[in-house]
Design a protein around this ligand. Sequence first.
Ligand code: NAD
Length: 433
Amino acid sequence: MSDLQAQDRGDSLFDGTGSRLLAAAAVAQVSNDTLERLRLPSSVLKVSIPVRMDDGSLRTFPGYRVRYDATLGPTKGGIRFHPRVNVDEVQSLAFWMTFKCATLDLPFGGAKGGVTVDTKELSLHELERLSRGYIDAIADFIGPDVDVPAPDMYTNSMVMGWMLDQFCTIRRSFMPGVVTGKPIPLGGSHGRETATADGAFHVLSTLLPKLAEQGRAKPKEDRPTVAIQGFGNAGAQLAELLAEDGYQVVAAADSSRALYDPDGLDVARLRAQKGETGELPAEAGEEIDPDELVALDVDVLVPAALEDMITADNADSVKASVVLEVANGPTAADADETLDERGVTVIPDILANAGGVTVSYFEWAQNKAGIRWEADDVRERLRTRMIAESENISNLAGDRDVTLRTAAYAQGLERISAAVDATGSAEHYQRER
Ligand code: NAD
C-alpha cells in the first residue's frame, strides 16, 4: 500500500480527492518523492482571534491557515468565514488548491484559510474587526512571495480590502500582492467578478464540439440545452453568457425553487428579478421539484451551487451527456464511476471553475509588476489560457484513455513532479555512478 493509499483509508483529510489522485497517479509520470511530498501539508497554523463586540464584550474565534505545498510558487487559496470551518476542511481545501493551480499551470502552490464564525451574527464593524484580527494573527505567515489569500465563502472584496490595509499597516509598506480579489482602486483586477463564469464558458465552448466529434455528446444542432443548478454569482452569469451564445437554458434553480421551460427561460429577466427580490420569480417558468432538475434530458447539466449534489443516490438518473462542474466538488467521488459507465462526460471543477484563480493570478502579476491591464486585455488572456488548458486536458484524456477528471489531476501531478524532481529525486541520488 502506498502512502497515499494509506492516507485514503477513510480519514477525512483526503476524502474524495484522495481516490481521484490515486487514479491520476496510476496514469501519470510521477516520482515517489512527489507522492511523499504531497502526503502531508507543509504547515498548519491554528490561531485564536479576539474581537471586541459592539456590546463591549470580548469573543475569541478560532482561525486557521494551511499551506499545503509550495513547490510551484507562493501558496494561493481563499479565506472562508463559516460556522463549519475546521482544520480538516481547511487542509483538504488547501490540498485541492495545490492541484487546481498546477493543473492551470499557475506559478502557485496551494493553501486555504478560514475562521469558524457565522457572519450573519456579526455587525459590519464586528466583521471588520474580525477580518483585521485574522490578519494580525497570520501576518508572519503570508506575503506576496509566500502565501496569497483571496475571498471564499462569506468573504468578499471589501473583506480583502480590510485585510490588505491591515497587512500594510503591520508591515509599514504598501504590498497589494498579498491578497487577491481586492477592490479595483486598491489594486484589484478588472474581470475578477466575472472570471469564474467567463472561464467556464470558454471551457465548455472548447470541449463541447470535441465531445460531439468523439460521439460523447450529441448537442441539439443549433441550440444545445442547459440546466443550471445554483443561480448565484457564478451560475447566473454563466447562464447569461450561454443564452447570449445561442444555448437554450431550459431550467434553473436556486435554494428557493427550480424552474423549467422547454422553449428556454428568459435568463436576462431571471437575473434582473433575482437581483431585486433575491429569489427566482415563480411565474417565469413551470415550477419543478429541485431533484428533477438533475434528471432533465438536457445536453449540459451545470451544478453551480453546493458540493455533493450528484451522488451514488442520483447519478443513475442523470440524462445529460455533459456535466460542467462550476461548483467545487458537486459530484461525490462515489458517483464518478456510475456517470462514466452511463457515458456522461464530467468536465471537472478543477478546470471548469478555474477562471477565478486564473484572474487572481493576473491580479497578483499586475501588482508585482506595478501595472494595470485593461479589461479587454484580462479577458483575452483568460480566454487564451482556459482554451489552451482545456485542449491539453482533452488531449491527455484521449492519449491515456482516462476521464477528463483523471487527466486534469494527472496534468497537475506531472507539473508538480517535474518541479520536485528538478531539485533531485530519489532516483537521481540512488543512480549508480
Ligand atoms: P452564490 O452563493 O452566489 O450562489 C449559490 C447559488 O446556489 C444561490 O443562488 C443559492 O440559492 C443556490 N443554491 C443553494 N442551495 C441550492 C440547492 N440545493 N439547489 C439549487 N440551488 C441552490 O455562490 P457562487 O459564488 O456562485 O458559488 C457557487 C459554487 O461555485 C460554489 O461551489 C463555489 O465554491 C463555486 N465557485 C465559485 C467561484 C466564484 O468566483 N464565485 C469560483 C470558484 C468556484
